[in-house]
Ligand binder design. Sequence first.
Ligand code: ADP
Length: 398
Amino acid sequence: MSDQRTVLVLNSGSSSVKFQLVQPDTGTSVAHGIVERIGDDNASAALVLGGRDWGRETPIADHEAALRTVFELFDEAGARLDEQGLMAVGHRVVHGGQDLYRPTVVDDALLATITELSPLAPLHNPPAVLGITTAQKVLPDVPHVAVFDTAFFHDLPPAAATYAISRDVAREWKIRRYGFHGTSHQYVSERAAEFLNVPLQSLNQIVLHLGNGASASAIVGGRPVDTSMGLTPMEGLVMGTRSGDIDPGVVMYLWRTAQMSVEDIETMLNRSSGVQGLGGATDFRELHRQIDAGSEDAGLAYDVYIHRLRKYIGAYLALLGTVDVLTFTAGVGENDAAVRRDALSGLAPLGIELDEHLNDSPARGPRIISADRSPTTVLVIPTNEELAIARACVDALT
Ligand code: ADP
């Protein structure tokens, strides 16, 4: 048993739970894993601890069974969870609405409010509530803390947060641009300043979080001034399976003329759009393989993805005037040199110039990939939402 305190960070989806055991003080990830296909006969649970893997393929009936399976895997690995100095469980909650933005110790009132916000995030908040109540049942002796993905964008300037729709309708239905991936945008922008050893307050930054979900933010002195996601995580960049920006007329047309139900339209925009919808693959490694094999669909999917990304970079350049740091993060941003190159090609006259050699390097940690002469420093910084959530739990409890 280590004498370091730990936080178990949970990210609960409708049929999956991702977990990570983190030491908030050292930043060390002790263990991580995922339970997938909960409710199915072919569910699986996996734990990585001390460089080794433990796994199970077994029916897992529900979220409670999922967490109990995770504990069994910890036991199998010889690292009982109750001997890991567990001080809190941190829960990633996607939508905090207008009022929930501080990391908050969970109580019944908080759970009720997160549940009330479910219409704003029907795919995300209900599983988060289920994840929290289940974890409370299974781990009753430690505090549970909710950390909201919308929190960082709570104070977005009104001009960026407001949709130009009827003021009364927006007020009544709490419609505004909330922004998501906030934990990542905050963590990465703070790490960028640390890495460059300059005060956060002095920097104009663009952060491009390009994972399965993708979002961009413009940040001045550590505070966001715009972000690409809106009322829901569907707005903005083209993503793995989500469309990003779309004319709302498309929704009305599909509903009225194609007679698709609202649920079917939502499912299409969330799950079978983006690069998946256009190119038939969500994973950029597969997308590149298909492009290399001559797939025109995959080529168009990639082009649409890059086109949208460049539009947002351009918009944020105009918003910020000067950009000191532009950072790529998350699965695609950290690993896909071609995306980074194509997103920034030809921008030298605007002050952004990559160093091709640095960009192509397979290095993994935080790194500079811009040319020395580039006025904007371009970075790759691996995001670490779990560590940020673990640290937010410590803050909430002290
Ligand atoms: P999320 O947390 O949103 O599920 P991630 O940030 O883990 O997503 O990103 C996952 C995506 O990253 C994958 O779907 C894939 O497109 C991309 N990715 C991961 N590794 C690589 C790689 N080596 N090259 C290109 N893309 C990659």
